[in-house]
Design a binder for this molecule. Structure first.
Ligand SMILES: C=C1C[C@]23C[C@@]1(O)CC[C@H]2[C@@]12CC[C@H](O)[C@@](C)(C(=O)O1)[C@H]2[C@@H]3C(=O)O
Ligand code: AKG
Ligand code: FE2
Length: 348
């Protein structure tokens, strides 16, 4: 149904739920089984004992904070986002906004990062730290995708990890800074954006969405704000706050992984809230394939019980659709097999 792809509006229900934690130092067979289960149930899990050196993380955090503490005019030199670069409040090109400032960078060291506009003082240091962090993220994401391949019983267990390890991969690094923001009713009464969400659960830093790529690795400082939409159950979908833990990474299934697994793994809808007392920093790696890579449901994921549900498309085609849609849209619905059969004019 085409109507199903219009923005879903989820209410304010907040639920506390035990979220899956995967210890990467455990037995490989057990780890791959747990990862598959978490991605089927939540499209989300937290990893501990991930092997990323603490120094790599803290250096990245320091240069991110150094950048966000620059005067506004200095930060604007790295903007506006095209879509890469510095952005403040406006997210994407379709009218979305949130209480966030960010730096969106390509995660491929060979792509120029406007280094001198981001760090006038020391662009070389900036690039080195980003490259080291991105290399660690690519390694961790590759390992998790390899484990997923094994857990799903794929004949070629490296088929997922190779996509993001490719030298032409279109992966991104996003640094989000959420300054503290008022959230009580009195403060908001004169603000035209005071909706139900704002009053009851704080202000929206980054609105509800799923990540379009294959896999997301998110690390935040010790300030909470990330929420995931729990899978629908008898008591309905609800927002689940993710407790902050700066020593770990949160892993999210992206739209492409949902398509490649023919809907068996689900891309998790999530959002970030801001609070009135502390600023929050998140560093988010989005693992993506090369632009011209074809994405199709893997043969092992198509069964008589689970017939093929997505058509084939390239990542470049998916990106075009994504930039034409609002943040909260369910983009993958436009690539369903039945959309092509019932509404061929929608599929260019
Ligand atoms: C409103 C938008 C921002 C976004 C591109 C889009 O048109 C829809 C997807 C958005 C998103 C969400 C996850 C990542 O933060 C992001 C970089 C991405 O790949 O898709 C953003 C895009 C963006 O900010 O450019
Ligand atoms: O900052 C966060 O916790 C979420 C950010 C996010 O979802 C994104 O950058 O796509
Ligand atoms: Fe996201």
């Amino acid at each position: 149904m085409v109507a199903a792809s219009l923005s879903p509006v989820h209410g304010d229900d907040i639920k506390s739920l035990a979220l899956p934690i995967v210890d990467l130092s455990c037995h490989r067979g057990l780890v791959s089984e747990l990862i598959v289960k978490a991605c089927e149930e939540f499209g989300f899990f937290k990893v501990i004992n991930h092997g990323v050196p603490a120094a790599v993380i803290s250096q990245m955090e320091t240069i991110a904070l150094d950048f966000f503490s620059l005067p506004a005019a200095e930060k604007q030199r790295a903007g506006p986002p095209n879509p890469l670069g510095y952005g403040n409040k406006a997210i994407g090109q379709s009218g979305d906004s949130g209480e966030v400032e960010y730096l969106l960078l390509h995660a491929n060291p060979s792509i120029s990062q406007r280094g001198s506009t981001i760090s006038r003082m020391n662009p070389t240091k900036f690039s080195c730290v980003v490259n080291e962090y991105v290399e660690s993220m690519q390694e961790l994401a590759g390992e998790i995708l390899e484990l997923l391949g094994e857990g799903l019983g794929l004949a070629d267990s490296g088929v997922l990890s190779r996509l993001i390890r490719d030298s032409e991969s279109d992966s991104l690094l996003r640094l989000n800074h959420y300054p503290p923001c008022y959230n009580n009713k009195e403060d908001i009464s004169s603000d035209s954006s005071n909706d139900k969400d704002t009053v009851r659960s704080g202000r929206i830093g980054f609105g509800e969405h799923s990540d379009p790529q294959i896999i997301t690795l998110l690390r935040s400082n010790g300030v909470g704000g990330l929420q995931i939409l729990s899978p629908s159950s008898s008591d309905g979908a609800a927002w689940v706050p993710v407790p902050p833990d700066p020593t770990t990474f949160y892993i999210m299934v992206g739209d492409l992984l949902q398509a490649m697994t023919n809907g068996r793994l689900v891309s998790v809808r999530h959002r970030a809230m801001v609070n009135s007392y502390s600023s929050r920093l998140s560093m988010v790696y989005f693992g993506a394939p090369p632009l011209h890579e074809w994405i199709s449901p893997l043969p092992e994921m198509i069964t008589p019980q689970m017939p093929r549900c997505y058509r084939s498309f390239t990542w470049a085609e998916y990106k075009r659709a994504m930039y034409s849609l609002r943040l909260g849209h369910n983009r993958l619905d436009h690539f369903r097999q039945d959309t092509m059969e019932e509404y061929p004019w929608l599929v260019k």
